[in-house]
Design a protein around this ligand. Structure first.
Ligand SMILES: C[S@@+](CC[C@H](N)C(=O)[O-])C[C@H]1O[C@@H](n2cnc3c(N)ncnc32)[C@H](O)[C@@H]1O
Length: 168
């Protein structure tokens, strides 16, 4: 369930090149993506909030983040992202969506009011699971507020990620 090495590197490069300072991960599993994004946020002087609904996975990912010495940069919160997102304060300039595929549009809608102009939104598994996330892909491709590209950074799972810039 972890993101691939190539995709994790793409996340790092996107955070580093956009100089993102406040990130959000929706769906953490064991923390592989969180650790890689944490490395990038440590470089930009930013921070990452990673939300995981499963308590055992949240605990494991928190321990893995601590082992990677990234606990000052990455905060793992155990919660249902759909319940927590509307309650989070402040704005975000980087979002990685990687939880229940059919809920991608709901995650985006919940976080949209908190996106800064120029924010980067990345969604995983958009090639293999395209049918389950048609609503999300149609929305993000058709909205004049986003520019979107689908990238395949790794052949490991034959999948890819959408990368969008929120223009305003
Ligand atoms: C594909 S894995 C995440 C992989 C991780 N992003 C990485 O880079 O390694 C999806 C995770 O989303 C979690 N999840 C599912 N629904 C969720 C929700 N509503 N809120 C938060 N996490 C959720 C699952 O428990 C699972 O651990």
């Amino acid at each position: 369930m972890s993101t691939t090495r190539g995709d994790a590197m793409l996340l790092r490069v996107l955070i580093e090149t956009s100089r993102a300072r406040r990130g959000l991960e929706i769906g953490v599993f064991e923390g592989y993506g969180a650790i890689n994004m944490g490395i990038a946020f440590e470089r930009t002087g930013g921070r990452l909030i990673s939300i995981e609904v499963d308590p055992a996975r949240a605990k494991t990912s928190e321990a893995n983040v601590r082992q990677a010495k990234l606990q000052k940069t990455v905060q793992v919160l155990c919660a249902d992202a759909l319940e927590l997102l509307p309650r989070l304060r402040g704005k975000f300039d980087f979002v990685f969506i990687d939880a229940v595929k059919k809920d991608y549009l709901r995650y985006l809608k919940a976080v949209e009011p908190k996106l800064k102009a120029g924010a980067v939104v990345v969604a995983d598994n958009v090639i293999v699971h395209e049918a389950e996330m048609k609503g999300f892909l149609n929305y993000i491709r058709r909205s004049p507020d986003y520019e979107t590209v689908i990238l395949r950074a790794s052949m490991e799972k034959g999948d890819g990620m959408s990368v969008s810039c929120k223009l305003r």
